[in-house]
Design a protein around this ligand. Structure first.
Ligand SMILES: Nc1ncnc2c1ncn2[C@@H]1O[C@H](COP(=O)(O)OP(=O)(O)OP(=O)(O)O)[C@@H](O)[C@H]1O
Ligand SMILES: [Mg+2]
Length: 461
């Protein structure tokens, strides 16, 4: 049995009656209208899945009704019924977005098959639409949570560039959220209803990467048993993420450059030129300018990609976000594990806030996931965290007292803070503006700390 709501539109009562009987026996709910005007009214009210509509009718013909439906953005798939003489009209309607047409007199099995496909198609489209709406809501820039001024700036930039066609380069250490940012860009762009295609440039050797991107024709090389559509083609009307672009072999870089410049390419082993309308976003945890200096990355390609560059700060430079993110992950993993965990004990949180996080947000997420498993109470305690998060005496060589036992956590944190600020001041030769920016803190806060720790002379030459 089929399910779905079909609106049959024909001025001939016998056609409507015949289709009604056949389609109801298939399981469909069938509605009828005798001209375009009635079809519009019923379509609006009943939201059918498929509209099966004659082209030649009095009052309002099928073409006019179809155009009005398009204007109203009815979700229904429209199938036009046409006599042989008006096939050209039906073809025209297909170009304008009709689902299909069928020539009268038609074979009833043909209609059944066509309807089955149309209903299924509509269902898939509706599901995809829902999913897209969820994703768009999930990545909405209105929902962004951050306490870090640096991240605010990143999101301000994203809000500006996302709606444009600009190529974007996202840089940052591993685990800083580069890929997440690509999703944010895509779902906040006019391409959100198109595909988001991702390619990891480091995962494949040169020739395979090339056919992955460009696709290939059957027999292009020994193992090419059949034709393959490449990622450039799949990303048409959407966004293409070239992840780990720093690892892209030079030979592929040259070819990519041409695609970026000309927006067209050929499949491997093919001669037909294919146009693509895609937006490219690249991500890397390497420094491309450094790779350019070493001759491992083409400078011209670098300029093409870096039209807008977004730098994801490492987590240790957005420490304000550690409690926020830690609680988000706690909620997520506790829920997944069916555990009742409220929060972090203050000492545990202090450890999270003081740690360097070389693996950034990914590492934080893993640590919290593990803590949820280790914990037995309603809170996460220091002993639920990996040992390396606790400061070791050896790792603080020469700074502060030789023995850390018996020191309060607050003192340890102060000591670490003092050491970090001292190092930053030296690095910046005492320049407080630069130091404050480096540490992502206000000048006032820095000034206050400098007084507190008596660091006024640090970095002065
Ligand atoms: N703001 C955030 N909120 C919640 N989770 C985040 C956030 N940013 C990143 N993550 C999570 O951290 C993990 C790492 O993020 P992502 O994969 O985007 O990093 P990446 O920079 O692409 O890393 P790599 O260079 O290793 O590929 C992912 O699980 C991601 O969901
Ligand atoms: Mg990534």
């Amino acid at each position: 049995m089929q399910t779905g709501k079909i609106l049959v539109v024909d001025d001939e009562e016998s056609v409507r009656a015949m289709l009604g009987v056949v389609l109801r026996s298939e399981g469909y709910e069938v509605l009828e209208a005798e001209d375009g005007q009635a079809a519009l009214a019923i379509g609006r009210r009943e939201q059918p899945d498929v509209i099966l509509m004659d082209i030649r009718m009095p009052k309002m013909d099928g073409m006019t009704a179809f155009r009005a439906m398009r204007q109203e953005q009815t979700g229904a798939a429209v199938i036009l019924m046409t006599a042989f003489a008006t096939v050209d009209k039906a073809v025209e309607a297909m170009k304008a977005g009709a689902y299909d047409y069928i020539i009268k007199p038609f074979n009833i099995d043909e209609i059944k098959i066509m309807l089955r496909r149309a209903v299924e198609n509509r269902r898939l489209a509706a599901e995809a639409n829902l999913l897209r709406q969820e994703l768009t809501a999930h990545y909405s820039l209105d929902r962004v949570l951050t306490n870090s001024p640096r991240m605010r700036k990143v999101y301000d930039t994203v809000a500006k560039v996302a709606p444009t066609q600009a190529t974007v380069l996202i840089t940052g250490e591993s685990g800083t959220g580069k890929e997440l940012m690509v999703n944010t860009i895509h779902y906040n762009s006019p391409r959100a209803s198109g595909p988001l295609i991702k390619v990891n440039c480091s995962a494949l050797p040169e020739t395979l990467l090339e056919s992955e991107l460009f696709g290939h024709e059957k027999g292009a090389f020994t193992s090419a048993a059949s034709k393959r559509i490449g990622r450039f083609e799949l990303a048409d009307k959407g966004t293409l993420l070239l992840d780990e672009i720093g690892e892209m072999p030079m030979a592929v870089q040259v070819k990519l450059l041409r695609v970026l410049q000309e927006r067209e390419f050929e499949r491997v082993g093919g001669s037909q030129t294919i146009k693509t309308d895609m937006r490219v976003v690249a991500a890397t945890n390497r420094s491309l300018p450094e790779l350019v200096d070493k001759g491992l990355f083409r400078q011209d390609l670098y300029y093409r990609l870096a039209v807008v560059t977004i730098e994801m700060p490492p987590l240790r430079e957005r420490r304000e976000d550690i409690p926020l993110l830690a609680r988000i992950f706690l909620q997520k993993y506790a829920q997944e594990a069916g555990r009742n965990l409220d929060d972090f004990d203050p000492e545990a949180m202090a450890l999270l806030e003081a740690y360097r996080w070389p693996g950034n947000i990914r590492e934080l997420s893993n640590v919290v996931e593990r803590a949820v498993i280790m914990s037995t109470g309603r809170m996460i305690f220091p002993e639920d965290l990996p040992r390396h998060l606790s400061p070791e005496p050896q790792s603080r060589q020469g700074q502060g007292p030789a023995s850390w036992q018996g020191e309060s956590l607050r003192d340890l944190i102060k000591e670490t803070e003092c050491a970090i600020i001292r190092a930053a001041l030296r690095r910046n030769k005492g320049n407080r503006m630069k130091t404050a920016r480096d540490l992502d803190m206000s000048r006032r806060a820095l000034q206050y700390k400098i007084e507190e720790y008596n660091l006024a002379a640090e970095g002065d030459e």
